[in-house]
Design a protein around this ligand. Sequence first.
Ligand code: TXA
Ligand code: MG
Length: 347
Amino acid sequence: MQTKLLRPSEDPTAIEQAGALLRAGEVVGIPTETVYGLAADALNPQAVARIFEAKGRPQDNPLIVHIAEIETVHEIAADFPPEAQALAEAYWPGPMTIILPKLDRIPMVTSGGLNTVGIRFPSHPMAQAIIRAAGTPLAAPSANTSGRPSTTTAQHVMEDLNGKIAAVVDGGACSVGVESTVVSLCGERPRLLRPGGISLEQLRAVLGEVDVDRALREKIDDSEKVSAPGMKYRHYAPKAPVTVVFGTPKTSADYIYAQLGENSGVLCFDDCAARFQNAAVVETFGPSDDPEEQAREVFDALRRFDETDCTEIYAQCPPSDGIGLAVANRIKKAAGFHIIDLTEEEA
Ligand code: TXA
Ligand code: MG
């Protein structure tokens, strides 16, 4: 299959072409404010099956359903409780996914066999335009090969999926850079399943208490049952093994400097890069005091290691507040929770 690169900035028919492909049951890479998505008609099981095939994604990992107006929730979810409405009003359109009980219209292949569905109303104008052109809610996981870092440019999507999908719509680089926050409203209390573009503090400002899923703190064994099935798979990982070092920029840099061998790579803050002249590969992901910029750069930086020959990677990591929680989560997952924690020594 020839993958078509559609450019709305040059071609006024690009969005309509994407919509027509989606209506015909094809899979299309689309820009969103978080990361690129691999979209198909969420109500068409054959179309959704093609997403799993193109990504090499395990069948029990549910997909997020994307909508372009809040009212569509009533066509997808069996219930739209007041807390969900309050969240939607505060943070939609935007980088937040709400898990609700699903209606039968959503096929089991879309929900990974669960009776719930993740719903998101993205803020990216092209994402909204494509959903409207398709005339149906769109199921879309991140547009990467399963296990690789998520994609934040159309070029990344082509790297992973060229020849496997009908088209990619080029909307430039994503403005948030890490995926949406996933919050479940299906249990007794709201539960954060994945940190993302909307912070835990922002969720608590609307909901009061929010539990934090265990999968955010520790590595989950493959055989265990987890609330967000996606959290159990090795994820975001470059080919070389990653060790993440928690501490201040200075203490983590000192520690990493002392570990470096001949083929070591370092993922570090911009302001620490000069420290690692002895490393084989140095990739930076933004200033140490700017977690928003780190979010925009982290996946691209992780991807660049795969173009090098380094055999091990040491990574710096921001503190876990605001969007830093999401950045730290992605780096910890890339490291398979292989963590050196220097923060206690500092205290
Ligand atoms: O920002 C995003 O959310 C991007 C863009 C494309 O919208 N999408 C994305 O999808 O990151 P994906 O499939 O890569 O990650 C979705 C996460 C997975 O961890 C999945 O297990 C969880 O959300 N999830 C989806 N539906 C769920 C459900 N019904 N119950 C529990 N977890 C769910
Ligand atoms: Mg993903």
